[in-house]
Ligand binder design. Structure first.
Ligand code: SAH
Length: 242
């Protein structure tokens, strides 16, 4: 029986060969998403084919922006505003060695994250119920991640304040974005610099599955973020740094 065939073929074009075990994990992830979505509002996308591309394959495109050092046992990744685990959980399924932190403010969603990570028997996954504005000031999370990822959480200027404090100097923040980004990036430029980042590249995702201009915004962390940031919960979006 073939399962998750759209995902398998798309991932292949990203240079990722998925094993039977991984495809089965993705299949279970889809089933559980659909099941939980009846009670908890996790996603508007539930169809078998749509979830494979719009959630799972989309998550794996992060791999295109991976640093040249690659994936090894010591790498630490945090997904800021992960919701139902996107893009963090698909990355963990494909790269089981990474240490993954899933950060999510809504407790109903973190309940799902606990459920799915035990259902998929994922190890070395930490689920944090909280807001980035608070968590980023905790010592064990601040300036400590090799890679910070985030999808569909906030405009770039706000997102930079929520995400860059987690990144260690020499690490990288990868944001998944859609559509015309130029104004959004222009507005964020000063904030990125202030927070210790430097815009490295806006990379187009060239896969036939995504005709809707998807991009990866890649920001290098060059300097430690000043201790003031992020500001109190809600402020980064209410009064963006620009
Ligand atoms: N990344 C997921 C979810 C996007 S929805 C996906 O692409 O499918 C945005 C999620 O970010 C919501 O679940 C919301 O609760 C969470 N979120 C928004 N602001 C946050 C913050 N400041 N700290 C932590 N989580 C946040």
């Amino acid at each position: 029986m073939t399962i998750m065939e759209n995902l398998e073929s798309g991932a292949g074009r990203l240079g990722l060969q998925l094993s039977t075990k991984q495809l089965e994990q993705f299949h279970t992830y889809w089933e559980e998403l659909v099941e939980w979505n009846r009670r908890v509002n996790l996603t508007g996308i539930t169809g078998y084919h749509e979830v494979q591309t719009k959630h799972f394959l989309d998550s794996l495109t992060i791999y295109l922006a991976w640093p040249p050092t690659g994936v090894n046992t010591t790498i630490r990744i945090i997904d800021v505003g992960t919701g139902s685990g996107i893009p963090g959980v698909p990355l963990k399924i494909v790269f089981p060695e990474v240490h993954l932190v899933l950060l999510e403010a809504t407790e109903k969603k973190t309940a799902f994250l606990h459920h799915i990570s035990s259902r998929l028997m994922l190890t070395d996954v930490e689920i944090v119920a909280g807001r980035a504005e608070d968590t980023a000031h905790q010592k064990q999370y601040r300036d400590s991640f090799d890679i910070v990822v985030s999808r569909a959480v906030a405009p770039m200027v706000t997102l930079a304040e929520l995400a860059l404090p987690f990144c260690k100097v020499g690490g990288r923040f990868i944001a998944q974005k859609k559509g015309n980004l130029i104004p959004e990036i222009n507005r964020a430029e000063r904030a990125i610099k202030l927070l210790g980042g430097r815009l490295r590249e806006v990379m187009n995702v060239e896969l036939e599955e995504f005709p809707d201009e998807r991009q990866l915004v890649i920001i290098d962390k060059e300097l430690a973020t000043p201790g003031l940031y992020p500001r109190r919960p809600g402020i980064p979006s209410k009064r963006p740094l620009s």
